[in-house]
Design a protein around this ligand. Structure first.
Ligand code: GLC
Length: 568
């Protein structure tokens, strides 16, 4: 077993020494309102994160990505931003944030923050001004106001639906309607407006000047829109190709915005980085990931894949090739704040796939409970075992790995949230048919004992289930077989494994086993099947196993397990 001390020769390869930090970084996503609560109001805060910096350093991550911490009425978990250049007073102050950035930097951890440019909150000064100024005013030009259809304009301009359900248009007191692609409280900005463009440049500089290292760009494919009349119907929109010319999605002209941002990023030393959250067709991804645009773009393919060797292999091969087209590195994600935790997704295997008739929706956004499925369908142990195997597979890949808070504790999705405690707008906007994303946003368990499992001193803003005690960080930290211990060991070893961005597949003669080689003799073998897999005699020494039996290799990879191998 290699201990962290043995990995001091990290980045021994000169090419990797000089590579930008983000290319193979492990980035840990923090959802600030659910991470740690220092002031006891039930809501996580900046000083709470500050108090856990040692935990982050011990985990061995390279960067944190902070989901929005800005002033917000929380209509969409903070993605409704009322002021892009401040901290929500319930979460702290700008001084607290400066202090957090300094503490993370002192431990060699970079800081990436979320920028939400498609829409503001309806509490943003601009939107309030737009409402007060009335129709035809310059203030309304910053948003997408239109007259309604039908007699007296009492019907929305079109039949478009919002991402969280219901109409994408909302009527204001004087009778005009505004577009909101997401919640009613999230009016879409007009990206044809020069003031909108200038203001975001100001925001990017504001945070870059404060020492922020990079930005995650929320729904990066939706900013620019063509709302020229006549507006198409929803059916017409759905029939249009998304090839750069679609009125609402993935328009080529959005890259004019990012070219301007690139100038901002590159005016800093080191250049600031960005990663696009762009749900676009694969062949459109390189545009966002190119060095002239945002530089990196999320690949969400593993988020929607089964725990399946063929799917994983295709996704990896495809995305490495795709990243090469833009010169970027690939990004790997199994969980984030928008989807069911992967331990739960993988614990539901055996249920029909989402596209089969009568299927239980169980993946992106929605959920399996609302379809009437019984919680007993979830195999928790199998889900966790597969999640550990998939995570160790992911951490062995070239490129950057994005982890979501709590996955290192092996957390499952929380199902036990009463209707009146749910916060995600999806729930009410779908007439309570879809539960939405609260289950992956429940505040973390830090201790097995104490109020709110050590999250804070005074409860948590979403209810924590009793089984959180088994996953508390303090329990797992002392258990060598825990998921936390596994992640810590993997991240300590990962820097050595990442000497260059190379991957070579090794033949296994088993359709359910994947084996790839990395630089310096490192290899990763994942057995997706149930039957044990005998390693080739010359494979090397097992230094890590997702089944938790490091070093005790018998030359066999158990079912649903990943091992990392090193050559002496
Ligand atoms: C992104 C965020 C999601 C948010 C939406 C609207 O998809 O990840 O949480 O609800 O954008 O801002």
């Amino acid at each position: 077993m290699i201990s962290p001390a043995d990995t001091d020769h990290r980045f021994a390869d000169p090419a990797v020494d000089t590579a930008p930090w983000w290319r193979q970084a492990t980035v840990y996503q923090i959802y600030p309102r659910s991470f740690a609560d220092a002031d006891g109001d039930g809501l996580g805060d900046i000083r709470g994160i500050r108090s856990r910096v040692d935990y982050l350093a011990e985990l061995g991550i390279d960067a944190v990505w902070l989901s929005p911490f800005y002033p917000s009425e929380l209509a969409d978990g903070g993605y409704d931003v009322a002021d892009y250049r401040d901290v929500d007073p319930r979460l702290g102050t700008l001084a607290d944030l400066d202090d957090l950035i300094a503490a993370l930097h002192a431990r060699g951890i970079k800081v990436v923050i979320d920028i939400v440019p498609n829409h503001t909150s309806d509490r943003h000064a601009w939107f309030r001004e737009a409402l007060a100024a009335g129709r035809g005013s310059a203030a309304r030009e910053r948003y997408l106001f239109r007259e309604g259809s039908g007699p007296d304009g009492a019907e929305p301009p079109t039949d478009w639906t919002a991402a969280f359900g219901g109409s994408a248009w909302e009527r204001v007191a004087d009778g005009q309607w505004y577009l909101h692609s997401f919640a009613i409280e999230q009016p879409d900005l007009n990206w044809a407006h020069p003031e909108v463009r200038a203001d975001f440049v100001h925001t990017l500089r504001f945070w870059s000047d404060r020492g922020v290292d990079g930005f995650r760009i929320d729904v990066a494919h939706m900013l620019t829109k063509d709302l020229s009349e006549p507006l198409p119907s929803a059916a017409e929109l759905a029939a249009m190709p998304v090839d750069g010319t679609h009125p609402l999605l993935d328009r080529d002209d959005v890259h004019e915005v990012y070219a301007q941002w690139r100038e901002v990023f590159d005016s800093y030393d080191p250049p600031r980085t960005a990663v696009a959250e762009a749900w676009v067709a694969s062949d459109r991804v390189p545009k966002y990931a190119s060095p002239e645009s945002l530089g990196q773009s999320f690949n969400f393919d593993l988020l929607v894949a089964d725990f399946d060797a063929a799917q994983f292999r295709d996704i990896v091969a495809h995305n490495i090739a795709l990243a090469a087209r833009s010169g970027s590195s690939s990004t790997w994600v199994l969980s984030n704040h928008d989807v069911f935790r992967h331990a739960t997704r993988y614990g539901l295997i055996g249920l029909p796939a989402t596209d089969e008739p009568g299927a239980v929706p169980r993946r992106h956004g929605g959920g399996w409970l609302e379809a009437g499925a019984d919680q007993a369908l979830l195999d928790r142990t199998a889900g966790e075992r597969r999640a550990r195997a998939a995570s160790m597979f992911l951490l062995g890949l070239p490129g950057s790995a994005y982890l979501y808070q709590g996955e290192e504790l092996g957390l499952h999705e929380v199902a036990e949230i009463a209707a009146d405690e749910r916060q995600d707008p999806t729930f009410e906007r779908t007439n309570r048919e879809q539960f939405g994303r609260d289950g992956c946003r429940v505040p973390l368990p830090w201790t097995a004992e104490g109020p709110s499992f050590g999250f804070g001193t005074n409860g948590a803003h979403l209810p924590q289930p009793a089984w959180f005690a088994d996953h508390a960080a303090d329990v797992e930290a002392h258990d060598p077989a825990s998921t936390l211990s596994l992640y810590r060991r993997a991240l300590a070893l990962r820097h050595d494994l990442q000497a260059a961005e190379e991957l070579t597949w090794v033949e296994t003669h088993r359709a359910d086993v994947l084996h790839f080689a990395r630089p310096n003799g490192w290899q990763v073998v994942t057995n997706f099947g149930a039957e044990p897999y005998a390693l080739p005699a010359d494979a090397g020494r097992v230094v890590l196993s997702s089944a938790g039996d490091d070093g005790a290799s018998t030359g066999v990879v158990p079912g649903e397990t990943t091992v990392w191998l090193a050559r002496d």
